[in-house]
Design a protein around this ligand. Structure first.
Ligand SMILES: [Mn+2]
Length: 410
């Protein structure tokens, strides 16, 4: 494929292969992107292609070992907030084998510098694949990227062929990482009810529950999930059991992927319907996470996916949430946080949270590039419009596009 060379005045780093990336290279990329300069298109393609190859060699359930003296930093949702991301890097320092990073999904969408965030993460990944780990979030997904800004941003800053390559990289992302066989890190939550019943008329009342499973899903079952997929608008409701039946392997996998990308904890016991998305997305009670942690000999589940006032929240003994996008959507008023895991004297991982507030960014609103798709590739949004057309009074789409849709969670 013939690719243009960068403009004559380009003074930033070049990427042709992984060995090009070193600490100085990353610092130059950080500064260039801060000043509005992007990695050249040709280089961006080569970087994403290398990341795809790397991710294909990784597992659905990745494993990380943190030895005494080493420290793993876990980041929650970043959502294209590049300036806050840079601020976090100034607090954590850059990744290394002794100070690895785990990005727990939702790197992109919403914020208007998703390209800068993902380029930085991917470049760090290629510098040292054993110092950077990533889990897929519900925004590393084609459907979400078409609606919440990333597709439009890549189209506007590069082109949509590169967006297709990003989507391919997202389909290859691991879904979870297990740290020292003690702490499981996943974007949203743990597996849902079996059978996957959706009670007619079940309310959000915490007393109204599908009971906890007889046995928790095992880590071996989770590790066997074929993660290479793209969820569609029908995936969620199609994953519900309307009548008891034998499920195929791909169905079992789809159900778990939905839970890993979309579920949330809830106050009541058992399982209940989520406020998100559609029929087929569940919330899990403290008894569910207790059972999961106990039967899998874990100490803790770390998840992200929800805004928290201090950027993190441990609201039950065996689960903690971390969210790294402060003042989310420029209106959240929340702090961001990251967690750092290091083995204590007893060998157990100690979790240390750091909260921080938002830093200033250039005057661009969230999802600034969203309209690029509607304006330049209207056929790509036809299906969405058709879906909405019979209900012109229903303004949900407008609020989604303007970024005020469900600001309390992601
Ligand atoms: Mn999320």
């Amino acid at each position: 494929m013939a690719m243009p060379e960068p403009a004559p005045g380009y003074s930033g780093p070049r990427y042709a292969q992984a060995s090009d990336v070193n600490d100085a290279w990353l610092q130059r990329l950080l500064q260039c992107q801060q000043q509005g300069q992007l990695l050249p298109k040709k280089d961006a393609y080569l970087l994403v292609l290398d990341v795809i190859r790397q991710l294909k060699s990784e597992q659905t359930l990745g494993r990380i070992q943190v030895n005494p003296g080493q420290k793993l930093t876990v980041f929650g949702d970043i959502h294209g907030q590049y300036f806050d991301f840079m601020n976090m890097l100034s607090m954590t320092g850059m990744p290394s084998v002794n100070t690895p990073f785990l990005f727990n999904g939702d790197f992109v969408d919403r914020g208007s510098w998703s390209v800068e965030v993902i380029t930085m993460i991917f470049a760090m990944k290629m510098q040292n694949p054993n110092a950077i780990f990533m889990n897929r979030g519900n925004h590393e997904m084609l459907e979400a990227n078409m609606i919440y800004g990333f597709a439009g941003e890549v189209g506007s800053k590069y082109d949509l062929d590169l967006f297709n390559l990003y989507s391919e990289s997202f389909r290859n992302l691991p879904l979870l990482h297990l740290v020292n066989n003690q702490v499981l890190v996943v974007h949203a939550g743990i597996p849902g009810p079996r059978p996957r019943v959706w009670l007619p008329g079940q309310t959000h009342d915490p007393e109204d529950a599908v009971p906890v499973n007889l046995q928790a899903c095992t880590l071996a079952e989770i590790a066997s999930v074929d993660r290479y997929t793209e969820l569609t608008p029908n995936s969620y409701k199609d994953a519900v059991d309307d009548a008891p039946r034998k499920e195929e392997k791909w169905e079992t996998d789809t159900r778990m992927i939905i839970d890993f990308l979309w579920s949330d904890p809830r106050g009541g016991s058992g399982y209940g319907p989520s406020y998100r998305k559609s029929r087929g997305v569940f919330m899990f009670g403290p008894d569910v996470s207790d059972q999961f942690v106990r039967e899998n000999n874990l100490k803790l589940v770390i998840r992200s996916h929800e805004v928290k006032a201090d950027g993190y929240l441990q609201d039950r003994p065996h689960a903690v949430s971390v969210f790294s996008a402060p003042n989310y959507l420029d209106t959240g008023g929340n702090k961001g946080a990251f967690l750092q895991l290091s083995p204590g004297p007893d060998g157990n991982l100690q979790v240390t949270p750091t909260s921080f507030t938002a830093v200033p960014h250039p005057d661009l609103p969230p999802m600034y590039h969203q309209n690029y798709i509607a304006e330049n590739h209207p056929h790509l949004t036809r299906q969405m419009k058709k879906k909405q057309a019979p209900q012109p009074w229903k303004r949900v789409v407008c609020s989604e596009l303007s970024g005020v849709h469900r600001p309390c969670s992601d």
